[in-house]
Design a protein around this ligand. Sequence first.
Ligand code: WT7
Length: 658
Amino acid sequence: MVDRNGWGRGRDDPIGARRRPPPAFVERANAADAERYEAFEENWPDCWERAAALLAWDRAYDTVLEDEDAPFYRWFTGGELNASYNCLDRHLEAGRKNHAAIRWGGKQGESRTYTYRELYVEVNEFAAALRDLGVGEDDVVTLYLPMIPELPVAMLACARIGAPHSVVFAGFSADALATRMNAADSEYLVTCDGYYRRGDAFNQKSKADNARLAVDQGVRTVVVDRLGKELPHVVGDDECDYDAVRDAHAGETVDPVSRDAEDMLFLMYTSGTTGQPKGVVHTTGGYLAYAAWTSHAVLDVKPEDTYWCAADIGWITGHTYIVYGPLALGTTTMMYEGTPDYPDRDRLWELLERNAVDVFYTAPTAIRAFTKWGSQYPERHDLSSLRLLGTVGEPINPRAWEWYHKHVGGGTCPVVDTWWQTETGGVVVSTLPGIDDMKPGAAGPPLPGIDARVVDAAGDEVEAGDAGYLTLQKPWPGMARTLYDGDDRFLDEYWRRFSDPEDDRWVYFSGDAARIDDDGYVTVLGRVDDVITVSGHRLSTMEIESAILDAGGVAEAAVVASTTGAGDGEIYAYVSLERDVDPADAIREAIVSRVERAIGPIARPEEVVFTPELPKTRSGKIMRRLLEDVTNGQELGDTSALRNPEIVGELRATIRGE
Ligand code: WT7
């Protein structure tokens, strides 16, 4: 049934059929040489010079990879470079100053374009302003901004002066911001007065103000005026206005600081299995080279493209594939402040059409929403400028893949399903769109130079087709170097489980379960730890549960995310109350608002299900896996370990009744 020579097959395709990359794409693809896989293998780790060669270095590196201190690998050692120089100055020097760097679409329908020259000017002025505020090399600057151009400007300004940034997702709460600023000892904050959410002005500064009350160190704050008269705000004594500090440094330039390849470019907090978020450390040389390389080889980004990654810069996807990767390659990167269905469900396609976007990259959860709304929306628009589509964040089911391929890609754009994580810095598993067949539902083979293997609990490789733990067994330039919270936690979280230090064998554990078929394609099955994925964002069950426990009257809580059906990615909270406390709407509301306050609306439970008990093992461990089965209406897994099996039946009945 699989037609190996067919491509862009017609209406009658069986769902999930394998497809060849279309010849029209292959002809122009950045990576079209199938020998590349072997070349990387034979020449590893020097193959990674190809990635480094996409950058401009102030000082050439001496060694590609130093592994004496594994798993604290060091890449391109001895090399020096500046990320902001690589994303800006060198494009001006190459005569591309008037080329569009950022095209921004605002929530109210506004748009702004920054040429490379304009972006360069603003970054320089803000870099001068940050210096003036006292920011020195290696000082962590926290950026708490929505999707407005000042966010990438601030990131590049930090990079220019060698100050690592820590971007905190704008939708996070004051508590979440304070935790991250404290963990990073960050003394500088860039935020804004507010922003629009679905048409309403929303106060961001009050969250930042509240956070600062809970930050131990003194903080200097810069406030961007996003809303003007819409939301008047007061700039306090220890604060300054973004435009005012830029004006004070109008026309100034700041020499980009030469950073060691291994110097930290940024910190990105992500959820772990404990309540304390993990500060993932990324470097200037390896990360940037990897961001540029994967943007080039996987997303096929070309300088003349208009490229759109519809993520939020508050997550790693936006760091790597809205800011650093595309700007390092000198392309035009789109930034969209709004949601795809506001003011209407045409908005996204309208923007795509108006900007003649070449490459579009989004998450399966968005694609599933599009499928629900219907194909009439994309079909009303001319999307013929598209050459390539991508997805990231969760497994994509073949039906959603097919819809995306057909209704957005017109049946002719290849789709790359890219598996990676905050810690990997960039894509590590995906087809190369000009070389490999696509197999809907499977991400693809590991990229050239990447050694992905699925192992059992003992760390031994499993048979092809069997499920197990997804590991990476060779280092790669974009990998996290450590956690800001300490090397020991880094070892604990990722390396201790499957490595054999005696044998100097280092195995990175991703936290995901997966299967690798005979053809070498990896199918990602989901997280194995207590981390859930909501709208493509990683949240810790612990963090949410501890917020619920704070609601008062709550004895125990367990949260899971639904993974099937219409409510995909919704959070279900199973809650048992203290004795004498009645399950009332007031408690439900208290729970929801507690979670919103502690983490943000993104973690809001869709359903709060009261139960006299949670399903537990004899040793007292809550069996989340069973709750997942209940939530998703699936056959229950093994219940033999349960102390209270009857409770699962009751919960099933409750969920079905709802
Ligand atoms: C987790 C990482 C990488 C940027 C977005 C999230 C899941 C990611 C895929 C994919 C199946 C995927 C994994 C991974 N994930 N991409 N293509 N197929 N699952 O970054 O917050 O660090 O989350 O997202 O579970 O471990 P993150």
